[in-house]
Design a protein. Structure first.
Length: 91
């Protein structure tokens, strides 16, 4: 099962975009979504933006994640970017 946190597109440079979610920023591959624009919200999986989602839906979902983090004490970047750790270690 995959859980995803919506991320907002901040910058675009070719097929790479900087995204932000819950105060955490990371670069992701956007080659699967050629129509993507700055300020779009996306779902990120395995380092790729895989779907554009409605901003209202994204903000509601982020609210649920904030609630989860406050109840569990987990760090936002630990959960949101767990999938990137191995990828970053290889570079």
């Amino acid at each position: 099962m995959c859980l995803a946190i919506p991320a907002k597109i901040i910058k675009i440079n070719g097929n790479i975009a900087e995204v932000e979610s819950l105060g955490v920023r990371k670069e992701v591959d956007i080659s699967l979504l050629p129509e993507i624009k700055i300020n779009d919200f996306v779902i990120v999986h395995a380092g790729f933006a895989i779907q554009i989602i409605d901003s209202k839906e994204a903000l509601i979902t982020q609210g649920y994640w904030k609630e989860y983090f406050s109840e569990t004490g987990e760090e936002t970047d630990d959960v949101f970017f767990e999938e990137f750790k191995e990828k970053d270690d290889l570079q």
